[in-house]
Design a protein around this ligand. Structure first.
Ligand SMILES: [Zn+2]
Length: 205
């Protein structure tokens, strides 16, 4: 993942839009908040304006943070509404170039990376909270199964996501703070694995 910056012109307002991560699929114009869908760093579709609800968060777009012995910069944000509240998914890039998702639900923080499951996964409708699923050679407990609506996005993102759309998801936990997410949406199943992390291990730089 290169840090080379491409500057596009927003088709909606003409403002310059910096794409700092190559092969980003979405970038939101900072000036007019229009969502631009990208392919090979060119705009292929102009989406709607994206508005986020202001909620307190430990992260800020464009800022850098240290987590234990590594650091990362924050490039994108997706805000979800699960009915009882809002949470943010932040797209961050580590100093070694690896991209990760950091999910922040008030004080609960999970850092995950996308990965491909070998073998199939149960359909969303067949999964029950409290059951164990075998994924990746691990036995994981289903702790949450819900649907959430994408409220809005900002910055740039490596995956297609559509404000207003409902996404189904399942959270699973394993021993030692392991956390998995299965997301069902856009006609595809995406899987992420990672860990719960301690908010006190994150330091703004
Ligand atoms: Zn614009």
């Amino acid at each position: 993942m290169s840090q080379q910056t491409t500057v596009l012109e927003c088709p909606s307002c003409g403002a310059p839009v910096s794409v700092r991560i190559r092969f980003s699929k979405i970038v939101v114009c900072e000036h007019c908040k229009t969502t631009l869908f990208l392919e090979d760093d060119a705009v292929i579709h102009v989406g709607k304006k994206s508005a986020l609800t202001t909620i307190p968060s430990i992260f800020e777009l464009g800022h850098q943070y240290r987590y234990r012995h590594s650091s990362f910069s924050v490039h994108g944000r997706i805000q979800f509404d699960y009915g009882a509240g809002l949470w943010d998914e932040w797209w961050v890039v580590m100093d070694n170039g690896e991209g990760k998702w950091v999910s922040v639900d008030e004080g609960d923080i999970v850092m995950e990376v996308p990965f491909k499951v070998s073998g199939g996964l149960a359909p969303f409708d067949e999964i029950r909270v409290g059951q164990n699923l075998q994924i990746d050679g691990r036995s994981l407990l289903v702790t949450e199964k819900d649907s959430s609506t994408c409220v809005g996005i900002e910055g740039q993102l490596p995956e297609l996501i559509f404000p207003g759309k409902v996404y189904d998801y399942v959270h699973l936990s394993g021993t030692g703070g392991i956390h998995y997410t299965i997301e069902y949406g856009n006609g595809q199943v995406l899987t992420y694995k990672g860990m719960w992390i301690d908010p006190f291990d994150i330091v703004a730089l």
